[in-house]
Design a protein around this ligand. Structure first.
Ligand SMILES: O=P(O)(O)OC[C@@H](O)[C@@H](O)c1c[nH]c2ccccc12
Length: 257
């Protein structure tokens, strides 16, 4: 089995439990945050999405003792445009409480990074203060992706729709998503290659679609490469979590478009 398949088996269990125990508060999200799509599309700078990620299946333990609130406010102070919070527990050691803590200290949009397979996770993301959810094309059939996409949009959330190859990109385009994240890491083999962003970007209408390049970004040259391909933002986890000097790291990863 691939790691993605393993993760999805665990998610099925989590969702089953949630359905028994979790009562969505259906809170109106009344904190006004700016639109992810609009602010990124209108900016002439490459935007940085900084992630809170304690561990991962590909890298093992990265930064287990991170204080999510402190880390998020440091990200905001250093110039992040959005914070991504990994909330998967079994494989990434994240929690929904991490997300709630981050929400209480930043006013940036927040991405709930998880493996979403059911509407109840979208309700929960919103209840805990997320503005954006991730949908991973490789995780579900197209009909289900479309249902979850529509549900999230109707709930007032934005969706980062993640693809890794041309077939998944076609699905994104058929659904008509506004924001595409190209994951440079193959979730089945963990191989990372920035050429994936370059290849897929050629097939995207970048005047209408917001393109984010995700994973494996460490150097100025990496950022310049994906920005040249057409990305308006980068999603960076490990490099941020290992940084001893976030101001310097942000300077390294900041380039003009
Ligand atoms: O730590 P990195 O290589 O900078 O990657 C960050 C982010 O792209 C990665 O965490 C990620 C991208 N898509 C995902 C889907 C699920 C879990 C994690 C991810």
């Amino acid at each position: 089995m691939t790691i993605l398949a393993d993760i999805l088996v665990e998610k099925e269990k989590e969702v089953k439990q949630l359905k028994q125990n979790y009562q969505s508060e259906n809170l109106a999200n009344n904190q006004t945050v700016s639109s992810f799509y609009r602010t990124f599309m209108e900016s002439d700078q490459m935007k940085i999405i900084a992630e809170i990620k304690r561990a991962s299946p590909s890298k093992g333990i990265i930064n287990p003792n991170v204080n999510p609130a402190k880390q998020a406010s440091d990200y905001q102070a250093a110039g992040a445009s959005m914070i991504s919070v990994l909330t998967d527990q079994p494989f990434f050691q994240g929690t929904m409480e991490d997300l709630a803590m981050v929400r209480s200290v930043v006013d940036l949009p927040i991405l709930n990074k998880d493996f979403i397979i059911d509407e109840i996770q979208i309700d929960r993301a919103k209840d805990y203060g997320a503005n954006v959810i991730l949908l991973i094309a490789a995780a579900l059939p197209k009909t289900r992706l479309e249902e979850l996409y529509d549900y999230a949009i109707q709930s007032g959330l934005e969706v980062l729709f993640e693809v890794h190859n041309a077939a998944e990109l076609s699905i994104a385009q058929e659904i008509g998503v506004q924001i595409i994240g190209v994951n440079n890491r193959n979730l089945k083999t963990f191989e990372v290659d920035l050429a994936i962003t370059e290849e897929l970007a050629k097939q995207i209408d970048l005047t209408k679609t917001l393109l984010i390049s995700e994973s494996g970004i460490k150097t100025t040259a990496d950022v310049m490469r994906v920005q040249k391909a057409g990305a308006r933002g980068i999603l960076v986890g490990e490099t941020m979590m290992r940084s001893k000097d976030l101001t310097a790291t942000f300077q390294t990863l900041r380039v003009n478009r």
